[in-house]
Each structure stands twice: as structure tokens, then as C-alpha cells.
Write a protein that binds this ligand. Sequence first.
Ligand SMILES: CC(=O)[C@@H](O)[C@H](O)COP(=O)(O)O
Ligand SMILES: NCC(=O)COP(=O)(O)O
Length: 248
Amino acid sequence: MTTSTRILLGVNIDHVATLRQARGTRYPDPVKAALDAEEAGADGITVHLREDRRHIQERDVLVLSEVLQTRMNFEMGVTEEMMAFAERIRPAHICLVPETRQELTTEGGLDVAGQEARIKAAVERLSKTGAEVSLFIDADERQIEASRRVGAPAIELHTGRYADAETSTEVAEELKRIADGVAFGLAQGLIVNAGHGLHYHNVEAVAAIKGINELNIGHALVAHALFVGFKSAVSEMKALILAAAAKA
Ligand SMILES: CC(=O)[C@@H](O)[C@H](O)COP(=O)(O)O
Ligand SMILES: NCC(=O)COP(=O)(O)O
């Protein structure tokens, strides 16, 4: 069981690439953002190579795999194309995520319980690359138990519902759901990460949940970086989550 006392920040650079792809230019370069993020204290760099290539491209991942000083968390759908690519680049971490072509963003967690044999085969195959494989799931006991059964050492709890909650009651309910999921995941012997939709005003309560290993944050960092620069955006976020975890 991992009971880290120090929470890690994984910086997702997808939306630096979103801006580049909007115009088909060479800038802004997500690789530069990744290096700046590392200098500012990122513990890892997350990229999601989507099937529709709306942001991160293969070349970004290949260059990152050569230049990162920390570690790459490669998010991917469970497809043959992505599995073969992951076997080629051999990232330190692989996170299996659900993907729908038309979605605005990742809408829910991976249904591990509903397709255990398929996910187990993917986890087994990808683990042979040496990667720590995690599953991006909702904070739901059924999915957490299934994640353990398929042999994933780690899970990432989808915090999108918490981020989207509007009333204080909903926020409290969603936060409790995440906190319960973290405790349940740890009790199952899993490494528990969390992320999606976290920003400077909602992150502290999640960072204060004991036992979370890492938060993966992207969209809010890229948005804030427009005004303060990428390094400052990352270091502000890192300071916030470390302070919240230390107070808890
Ligand atoms: C899996 C996850 O939560 C993120 O990687 C997210 O998918 C990135 O942003 P988009 O969903 O906008 O591509
Ligand atoms: N896995 C979640 C992630 O990497 C970042 O999501 P977001 O902060 O861009 O919503």
C-alpha cells in the first residue's frame, strides 16, 4: 500500500498543443511547456494522445520521451494502435482512459468492471513494458475492486463531477465520494491518483485528502499560464497543493 506523505503534481500539457493545433503552427510547443513545468517543480508530465489527435501528436510524445527529466504519464484509449505505440515509447506510467470521439473532454471513468477480461489483457501487455499502469475510473467501489482484480497497481480517480458540482451540497457530496474512493483504493492496496477539472479554487480540498499520491492537472494550468507564464502557473499550483496536504 502506498501512503505517501508528499503529494505529487503531474502537469498535463495537452492544451498547450490544443492552441498550436488550432492554427496548425509550430508554436506554442508542448515540449517547451513540459521542460518549464519540470523546472517549476512538476513531478511528472502527462499527455493524452487522443484517437482524433486534437492536441498532442505522436511527435510530441516521441520528443518528450527523450527529453523529460522526470517521467511521462501517457494517457491512452484501449486500442491496438495505442498499445503498439506505448510499447514503442515505453513511458514510466500509462493511464488507460475511456475515449469518445465527439466528447468535449473525458466524460467519465473507464468501465473496468464491465470489461474486465479486455482491461486485464491490456494491463498485462502494457506492464511488460515496465510501465506502472493505472486506470482512470470514477470513485466507485465496484470499479476500484475491478481495477485491483485486473492487476493494475494504480488508479486515477476522475474528479470531473466534483469540479462541475454547482451547489455546496453537491460539492460536499462529490468530495466525500472522492475521499471514500481514495480510502477504499488504498485499502485495496492500490496507488491512488486523482485529476480532471481541478483548478486554483477547487484543488485544496482534494489535495487535503490523505493518501492521494498524485494530482494530474492541465487545463487550468495552461489557462493561468496565459497571464503569469507557465513556470509561475505550475509553481503556484504546486505550492497550493503542498500547503493543503501539509495542513490536512
Ligand atoms: C484523461 C483526462 O482527464 C485528461 O487527460 C483529459 O482527457 C485531457 O483533456 P481533454 O479531455 O480535453 O482532451
Ligand atoms: N487525468 C487528468 C488530467 O491529466 C488533467 O485534466 P484537466 O486538468 O486538463 O482537466
